[in-house]
Design a binder for this molecule. Structure first.
Ligand SMILES: Nc1ncnc2c1ncn2[C@@H]1O[C@H](COP(=O)(O)OP(=O)(O)OP(=O)(O)O)[C@@H](O)[C@H]1O
Ligand SMILES: [Mg+2]
Length: 308
């Protein structure tokens, strides 16, 4: 099928706390796919009762967070038998739950910060009872965009941080804080992309610093020596494989002062506006945004043809 004959349904929005980000991703991806010559229908997913246009050949999933990135939507698409971009329902489910993902990372020999998982209704521990010292990072097991994430430096702040994280998910992780710098590695197809260095101008990489233009400096490719660069790319690819991802992913890392690489998480549907991290990394590898979006669609179609 020629690109100009392709009918792509871009699913965007959703009803998670990342709806606004997902609308931006969907709008940007739709424009890029039109630029690449596809016929595109944008579907704003506002509830579980969305309908796929009957003439869609392939679905571009542009939802982040609960429902769109946690495997539920992917399960529905798999049942409908329509090809879609990105990872399978199973891989999305594994990646989206940080407590599950971190077990997969450890099983694959990847270093991730020490953590304590607090299950639903488990009471908050006292800081002195944690298996590691403050500072710690408290985060919901299933959420994104730094929503519900707090860095706790004082014992008195721990219980409140856990309460806040529980607004997103009943399961909460208390993780050892890793000082140093932040890096992210995208994967496209079967290749890790150049690492991106993330430098918030003030504070840490919270929601505001993620989405306010000018608040964070992005350096791509990251200023790493050749060996560290290779190690990080290898870790990004290994993280993708550890969860069984396909098409694309973006792994977030901390790099401490002695060159220790710590894997925080993997996003199966990373932000996909022109200025998002994975597109920035792809651009540094010579892959323009329309080509990136088209490559994802073509990969989904190839799978669809194999399945039928
Ligand atoms: N263990 C840690 N040590 C230091 N900083 C951390 C740690 N865990 C998280 N952070 C900070 O919090 C941010 C958000 O954490 P994380 O990537 O785990 O969650 P997220 O909300 O799923 O992110 P995303 O927007 O990538 O989906 C990180 O980018 C980092 O700045
Ligand atoms: Mg992250």
């Amino acid at each position: 099928m020629k690109t100009t004959d392709l009918r792509v349904a871009v699913l965007k929005g959703g009803f998670s706390r990342e709806r606004q980000v997902s609308l931006s991703t969907g709008t940007a991806a739709a424009a890029a796919l039109r630029e690449a010559g596809c016929r595109v229908v944008e579907v704003d997913v506002r509830s579980r009762r969305w309908r796929l246009p009957s003439d869609a050949d392939v679905v571009f999933v542009a939802l982040h967070g609960a429902y769109g990135e946690d495997g539920e939507l992917q399960t529905k698409l798999e049942r409908q038998g329509v090809p879609f971009t990105g990872s399978s329902s199973e891989a999305c489910r594994r990646a989206f739950d940080k407590s599950v993902a971190k077990e997969c990372f450890r099983a694959a020999g990847l270093r991730t910060p020490q953590d304590l998982v607090l299950r639903a209704r488990e009471t908050s521990p006292r800081a002195r009872d944690l298996p590691f010292d403050l500072p710690v990072v408290v985060k919901p097991a299933r959420e994104g965009s730094s929503i519900g994430v707090r860095i706790v430096r004082k014992e008195s702040e721990l219980a409140e941080a856990i309460r806040q994280a529980r607004r997103s998910d009943a399961v909460v992780l208390v993780e050892k804080y890793i000082p140093g710098i932040e890096l992210t590695v995208g994967v496209l197809g079967d290749q890790p992309l150049p690492p991106v260095e993330i430098r918030p101008r003030a504070g840490w990489y919270d929601y505001t610093n993620k989405y306010t233009s000018g608040n964070t400096e992005y350096i791509v490719p990251a200023r790493l020596d050749a060996r560290l660069n290779r190690r990080l790319k290898r870790c990004g690819w290994a993280a993708h494989c550890a969860l069984g991802c396909r098409d694309m992913s973006r792994a977030d890392f901390r790099l401490d002062e002695v060159g220790g690489i710590y894997l925080l998480e993997v996003n199966t549907i990373p932000g996909m506006t022109k200025t998002s991290l994975l597109p920035k990394a792809a651009a540094a590898a010579g892959i323009a945004f329309p080509r990136l979006c088209l490559a994802l669609v073509e990969s989904a179609l190839k799978r669809g043809r194999r399945a039928s």
